[in-house]
Ligand binder design. Structure first.
Ligand code: NDP
Length: 331
């Protein structure tokens, strides 16, 4: 019956640490929303690398757990003690585990309202990567007119957003990617110089060639293990290395003395959670990203939509470098 359907949901469960074969879609009961919660009918769930790190156990969680931290949908019921949202409101989130297609209960503190003019699948695609690119260019290293930024994996989810946001602030982007097709995507987003890092002898030399022989102000590096050394070697004195992920693997411990020989370099390893310190900061970043989309200032590239039952294939594609932009899981 429709009533029974209302109380069941389909969740993506990590049964144990491992590769994508440990993922299982399970039917779950959904209770009425509790204190400070709303119930959301989910339109789309975002696929992210953090899901991979959690599944593999690099970010330890006790198994089994319901995967994924990003989505968007329409509120179908409001729990006690909640006045901020009402039934019918469209909301999105980029933090807090619990992927499901169907109904899901969410803490209202995790939700950002979706403005008119932004589709729910676009909102689901924009939250985690969008707020990440937002803090990286505004807060971790405040890009100014004339800032030269090296952006790795520039056709990827975060990468395409970084290119657009650096350009919007008047910066210059040197973009890397693993194929000519992907570099064309980065160019389409506004990148000024393009380097295929799968096809160079010395990446740092190519970066300097693309910047009048000088080092860059900031490197945004979500690739990690395979690019870290070249990223450090690409910086100007007092430049900043922003290591924000490890799509190619985690960077091993390194000798701090290298920051000295590179010319008083800075290294940071930021994470979204510490740049969403309170509800105010979440609303500020989330709303800024969604309003830029609504106004046509920020483009979201949905590179693939997968039914929840095919989530393993989505992750295999992401980890296998076969994707561009953002992947979604849909009902
Ligand atoms: P992407 O869409 O960028 O996909 C990853 C890309 O990395 C690939 O498409 C590929 O592009 C490149 N890559 C290079 N080497 C490898 C490799 N060996 N294996 C897999 N991919 C490789 O993913 P996301 O935008 O979702 O995430 C990008 C990075 O941002 C990740 O490291 C993620 O953890 C990080 N992140 C960090 C956050 C934070 O707050 N710290 C928040 C959100 C994401 P190509 O083929 O062009 O090389």
């Amino acid at each position: 019956t429709s009533e029974a359907a209302q109380t069941r949901t389909r969740a993506l469960v990590v049964t144990q640490n491992g590769d994508s074969s440990v993922l299982e879609v399970q039917d779950r009961d959904v209770q009425a929303p509790g204190q400070g919660e709303v119930q959301v009918e989910v339109a789309a769930v975002g696929v992210n690398f953090i899901d991979v790190y959690q599944r593999e156990g690099i970010y330890p969680l006790s198994t089994p757990f319901v995967s994924c931290s990003e989505g968007a949908g329409t509120i179908s019921a409001v729990g006690p003690g909640t006045s901020e949202f009402a039934v019918g409101d469209r909301v999105a989130w980029g933090q807090g585990l619990g992927a499901a297609t169907g109904l899901v209960n969410r803490d209202v503190e995790s939700l950002v309202p979706v403005p008119d003019g932004v589709d729910l699948d676009v909102a689901a695609a924009a939250m985690l990567q969008g707020m990440t690119a937002h803090y990286l260019v505004n807060s971790t290293y405040a890009v100014q007119p004339g800032t030269v930024a090296l952006v790795h994996a520039a056709a990827g989810g975060v990468g395409q957003l970084l290119v657009q946001m650096v350009k919007a602030k008047g910066g210059r982007v040197i973009a890397t990617a693993g194929s000519a097709d992907k570099l064309e995507i980065a160019r389409g987003r506004g990148a000024d110089a393009l380097i295929d890092y799968s096809d160079v002898d010395d990446l740092a030399v190519e970066v300097r060639k693309a910047n009048d022989g000088k080092g860059v102000d900031v490197v945004y590096d979500g690739v990690g293990k395979s690019t870290f050394d070249a990223s450090l070697a690409s910086l100007r004195p007092r430049g900043m290395m922003v290591l924000f992920g490890g799509a190619s693997g985690q960077v091993p411990p390194f000798d701090l003395q290298r920051l000295n020989t590179g010319g008083s370099l800075f290294v940071t390893r930021p994470t979204l959670g510490s740049y969403l310190a309170d509800r105010e900061e979440l609303l500020e970043r989330g709303t800024s990203v969604l309003e830029d989309i609504a106004a046509g200032r920020l483009a979201i590239d949905i590179g693939g939509r997968y039914p929840l039952a095919e989530a393993a294939r989505a992750y295999d594609d992401l980890e296998g470098r076969r994707t561009r932009g953002k992947l979604l899981l849909i009902p």
